[in-house]
Design a binder for this molecule. Sequence first.
Ligand code: SAM
Length: 421
Amino acid sequence: MAMMQGYKQTALLRAALELGVFDRLAAAPGAGAEAVAGAMGADPRGARILLNALAAMGLIESTDGNGDGGYRLQPGTNAHLVRGRDGFIGDLLAVLASDQERDALDRLADAVRRGGTVMDVNAETPEYAYWVDFAAGAAPVAAPAAATVARLLEGWARERPTLNVLDVAAGHGLYGFTLAAAHERCRVWSLDWPNVVPVAREHAQRLGVAERVELIAGDMFDAPLGGPYDLVLVTNVLHHFSACRCVELLRRLAGVARPDARLVVVGFALDAPPEADPAPHLFAPLMLAWTREGDVHTRSDYERMLDASGWRLTSATRTPPLPFTVLNADRVPQREGGPEMATDTMDTLRSILFALGIPEEDLRDGATLRGDLELDSTETVEVTLELKRRLDVAIKLESDADLTLAEVCAEVERRLAGSAA
Ligand SMILES: C[S@@+](CC[C@H](N)C(=O)[O-])C[C@H]1O[C@@H](n2cnc3c(N)ncnc32)[C@H](O)[C@@H]1O
């Protein structure tokens, strides 16, 4: 039954924070319902009912034991729910109990039926307002995780002659900024959507590293990334995407990394049954309800994705009590031509088709574009244009022959070899 009505406690907490109840009691310990109501411009009966409920939840206590007298904050409430205290975590409510997460989860059954989000506006929507709240409010959980990553990188970072860091999907930016605070040589390029990067700037200023931080506003899948970088950070974002889309991103990042660069991926990783490790399994439904193809990846998924994108996994560390895994990968030197080229071309073609909405599992080498994947003429032209944009190869796909993915790749490679000769 507790599971059925957990939302009621969230509603009480939300109302208390919105009205500033804890701030009033911090300013006037022992105040009664009437005084608290007056201070927050509310109705005394409403304030009494809310205060008694908060006492019943253990967030405050009533000084006379029956709610007729005054109220005082419990120590944990005083430390974490009073605005202005160092330990204040109230802004996390806009993240953990946001309208956007709740709306998506309200449609979970529909998402299960479809196998992906049914929300028109969702976690993948460019400049989604939720990510501004996340960047502003997630610091209490992000700061310890960022400190852990900085500690794990300490020895490596100290030895680097340069420490230029690209932090994509940076959000608040704390992972990069914490490193910058620890290493004076460190410069950070933090990328996120244009509406999010101003929040990162505020955090950089607060941490005193703003003069060594550049902000890149745009889509990490096509914004110019600069570089080359010594370290690339990809934290808590790969679960938004399918493995295929992650490979596309990781490959882009490999392209702007120094040959001896390191990649750090932070996120949930499935490597134990739900009963043994509940956190990632409880998080995965949110990705189902809120993204098209997102999922919590397994450790071996990560290994495959890294292999396919020019990185080699070197370690995967769980960092209790944080529920995340920190994956370290080294850049693998790329060879010109040879079998790697074939993999590159197929991955590029697959990611183009995937972006057109073709499910990843349909993208087999032997699938034909029109017969099997049912591309119409507009989509076929889009594939042609994307191949030209990404690989600089002009190839006609609108002819009578219905080519398989493998045949398209072979044709692309023939032309690439011809233009290189
Ligand atoms: C869960 S937050 C992670 C923030 C931070 N890296 C962390 O670990 O706490 C995901 C972030 O990815 C950003 N994001 C998602 N897709 C993006 C894209 N295509 N381009 C740029 N930023 C993106 C969101 O705006 C959001 O700030």
